[in-house]
Design a binder for this molecule. Structure first.
Ligand SMILES: Nc1ncnc2c1ncn2[C@@H]1O[C@H](COP(=O)(O)OP(=O)(O)OP(=O)(O)O)[C@@H](O)[C@H]1O
Length: 216
């Protein structure tokens, strides 16, 4: 993973391009950890760049965490390609995956094409295995995903499910899950960050989905 560390003046050309005001950027969303932009570099490389907000971790700790995350790779976990870190700014760069997310599959109709239950179960099994692997790899560091939800499960070029934004939640946030989480089946007062990953909001159980399931 390439890094640009403002303090030690390590420089990566691609990130200079990326952070320059000349690179066209489209706002994709305002998420829990900051804004996500689609950035096109050199008219061909398409990237997703997270501009992290409100994470008071030091640049040194941030860099350590990114390096640690980079060591525990799994084919169904989207790795960061690069990161930039200074006292004022933290950026994370991912490949832009153009096939959308599990959220879209579940909630946006695709010209009447149904999202079959077999495919849903395949995705659930893939994500469970990837998550179990990541938990094992990063257990000693206490790094969990911490924000697993259907918009953070993307579809790769081969339409394989891929967990994105792994490990972006600060430990403090990880350790206590508020009681007011929306959606069914949330576990409250979680003290273990790894348990927090398992309390995925079950947005697969919408009324429409239940109806579709009962038809099979
Ligand atoms: N690497 C990526 N490639 C393509 N689309 C992405 C990528 N990462 C995220 N997205 C999509 O971009 C949109 C905005 O993402 P963002 O992370 O800002 O929102 P979020 O997932 O709702 O919030 P958060 O994860 O910060 O709580 C979502 O629809 C998400 O599925």
């Amino acid at each position: 993973m390439a890094s640009v560390d403002a303090d030690s003046a390590m420089v990566s050309t691609s990130l200079i391009v990326l952070t320059s005001p000349m690179a066209p950027a489209e706002l994709l969303g305002r998420g829990k950890h900051g804004n996500l932009y689609k950035v096109i570099c050199d008219n061909r490389t398409v990237l997703a760049v997270k501009r992290i907000e409100d994470w008071t971790v030091s640049p040194y700790e941030f860099k350590l965490r990114m390096q640690r995350l980079d060591q525990g790779r799994h084919p169904n976990v989207l790795p960061a390609i690069a990161f930039y870190c200074s006292r004022k700014e933290k950026l994370l760069v991912y490949e832009y995956l153009q096939n959308g997310s599990l959220f879209r599959l579940l909630h946006v109709t695709h010209m009447g094409v149904r999202f079959e239950w077999g495919s849903r179960l395949n995705i659930a099994a893939t994500i469970a295995m990837a998550l179990a692997f990541m938990h094992q790899e990063l257990q000693e560091d206490g790094i969990a995903h911490g924000n697993l939800k259907s918009s953070n499960i993307l579809l790769s070029k081969n339409l394989e499910a891929c967990i994105s934004e792994n490990g972006l939640m600060a430990e403090k946030e990880n350790q206590s899950i508020p009681n007011n989480i929306t959606g069914p089946r949330s576990v409250t007062n979680v003290t273990n960050p790894f348990k927090a990953d398992i309390q995925i909001r079950c947005d697969t159980s919408t009324a429409t989905d239940r109806k579709a399931g009962s038809e099979q």
